[in-house]
Design a protein around this ligand. Structure first.
Ligand code: BES
Ligand code: MN
Ligand code: ZN
Length: 499
């Protein structure tokens, strides 16, 4: 899908722009937006309102054909009450436009909705919001089907008509497209089957995007991980025939001396639970246990494509969690890269075991902050469902500030998180009689004790943990990767770079 921006003004009136279709807004109560009025030359749109064909309720649409005009069709789109167009109203309007565009008998269209109509938002927010929604309609997950799903038809070329087509709006469009590309990559990786999307495949993908958008890349193999003494990470890969990979991506957009933001993504390409084997039902969904890694790859690709003036490093520990004669046993004690020992009481709590060594590795970059992203606990789904990502940090001034930044980025991009506690009391549950800590804390507060475990490896820097177990993919009929939390992460990074 191809996007561009054009200006309209008094010399270059809306009604003179040629296209197959132009989408314009209408407010609740039937009030035409300015661009709709400009197109209502023969009163056809006013008649449509008068006859009750459209009221302006958010998300409703009416397609009007107009032979002989510059724009052959007008798509009226409801935005809701003019004095209170909400984020939700705007998103629902764009979703409706997207639906109509995707099976229109035309390949080009214009969008002339009032981009500054949303309360408290500006045109930049509108552009960043609408591009991923329009792109979603052409996303397909049929690369492995011999007969493809319906071939994408409809509108492929969209021009945004804005009052001011300046360098700032063009810059925002470029950023929005980069984020949509990152979402595509992460969703595609998440949806791939675990026999294709292996740790080696993730490493190859990392090298490919590094080449394409200009990132530094390094992939460490088992020997190098042994030399680094990543005993915890390596214990998870023991049962697998797939070699583990430790991926490092670097974007140097800031000054050489500037401390980088480090993103760490859980890359379990399949989680059987290991010897603490998971039940069979729905186990296929554990192919999504690399969605943290995919979100880091998608974010790094977007950051590179945007040429963001910020230093960002992505770290991905990738392996499979499999049972076999060589697999780690419950009761095994391993030594992490930090030197802390861990009694593995449940081999299914493997995410924290690979992350703790990656978090220790992150120290060498003297980071401004470290954010880890992981499909870490089923308990997080119990706590927050599928709406909010779980956000965990320590509770001090610096961490409250980081948490607030991430929460705000989530709200801006409609990829929200909810903050959870990390407190000493929960740490009691990680006590082991034989090692520095156990890798599980028992049934109560499972997502919090998992975060408490990670916290012990992050004391040298400012850190946040995102548990995306409930938000990274959808089950059932709509089964598929969501690409979350890329919108939140990219918004956070853009704000850090430009805010
Ligand atoms: N990858 C899972 C977490 C998960 C489970 C995400 C279901 C999404 C849906 C993780 O490795 C895991 O198995 N966690 C265990 C931890 C437990 C053994 C302490 C869990 O949540 O059951
Ligand atoms: Mn597990
Ligand atoms: Zn897992």
């Amino acid at each position: 899908m191809d996007f561009s921006i054009k200006a309209f003004n008094t010399k270059n009136a809306i009604a003179e722009h040629k296209s197959s279709c132009i989408a314009v807004g209408i407010y609740e109560g039937g009030k035409l937006s300015a661009s709709a009025k400009a197109l209502d030359l023969k009163g056809v749109l006013t008649t449509a309102v008068k006859t009750g064909d459209i009221t302006g309720k958010a998300g409703t649409t009416l397609l009007v054909h107009r032979a002989g005009e510059a724009a052959k069709r007008v798509l009226l789109v409801g935005l809701g009450a003019e004095d209170a167009v909400s984020d939700r109203n705007f998103i629902s309007a764009i979703q409706s436009v997207s639906r109509v565009f995707s099976h229109l008998g035309a390949s080009d269209a214009m969008l002339a909705l009032p981009l500054d109509c949303v309360k408290g938002r500006d045109a930049h927010w509108a552009i960043r919001t609408l591009i991923p929604i329009l792109r979603e309609s052409v996303f397909r997950a049929d690369s492995l089907k011999s007969k493809k799903d319906d071939t994408p038809t409809g509108v492929r070329k969209i021009t945004l008509l804005v009052a001011e087509a300046n360098s700032a709006t063009r810059h925002t469009l470029k950023q929005a497209v980069a984020v949509a590309n990152g979402l595509d990559l992460a969703k595609t990786l998440g949806n791939l089957p675990p026999n294709i999307c292996t740790p080696t495949y993730l490493a190859t993908t990392a090298k490919q995007i590094a080449r394409e958008v200009g990132l530094g890349v390094e992939v460490l193999d088992r020997k190098q991980l042994e030399a680094l003494k990543m005993g915890s990470f390596l214990s998870v890969t023991n049962g697998s025939d797939q070699p583990p990979k430790f991926i490092i991506l670097k974007h140097q957009g800031g000054k050489a001396k500037d401390a980088p933001v480090v993103l760490v993504g859980k890359g379990i390409t399949f989680d059987t639970g290991g010897i603490s084997l998971k039940p069979g039902g729905g186990m296929d969904e554990m192919k999504y246990d690399m969605c943290g890694a995919a979100s880091v790859l998608g974010t790094m690709q977007a950051v590179g494509e945007m040429e963001l003036p910020l230093n960002v490093i992505g770290i991905i520990p990738a392996c499979e969690n499999m049972p076999s004669g060589s697999a780690t046993r419950p009761g095994d004690i391993v030594t992490s890269m930090s030197g802390q020992t861990i009694e593995i009481l449940n081999t299914d709590a493997e995410g924290r075991l690979i992350l703790c060594d990656a978090l220790t590795y992150a120290e060498r970059f003297k980071p401004a902050c470290v954010i880890d992203i992981a499909t870490l606990t089923g308990a997080c789904i119990t706590a927050l469902g599928h709406h909010n990502t779980g956000l965990f940090t320590r509770h001090d001034k610096a961490h409250d500030a980081l948490a607030d930044e991430l929460l705000a980025a989530g709200k801006y991009s409609h990829d929200t998180a909810w903050r959870m506690p990390i407190e000493e009391a929960y740490n009691e549950q990680l006590k082991s009689n034989f090692a520095d800590m156990a890798n599980i804390g028992g049934p109560p507060a499972g997502s919090i004790t998992a975060a408490c475990f990670l916290e012990r490896y992050t004391r040298k820097y400012t850190w946040a943990h995102l548990d995306i177990a409930g938000t990274a993919w959808k089950s059932g009929g709509a089964k598929g990767s969501t690409g979350r939390p890329i919108p939140m992460l990219t918004t956070f990074l853009i704000d850090r770079a430009e805010g």
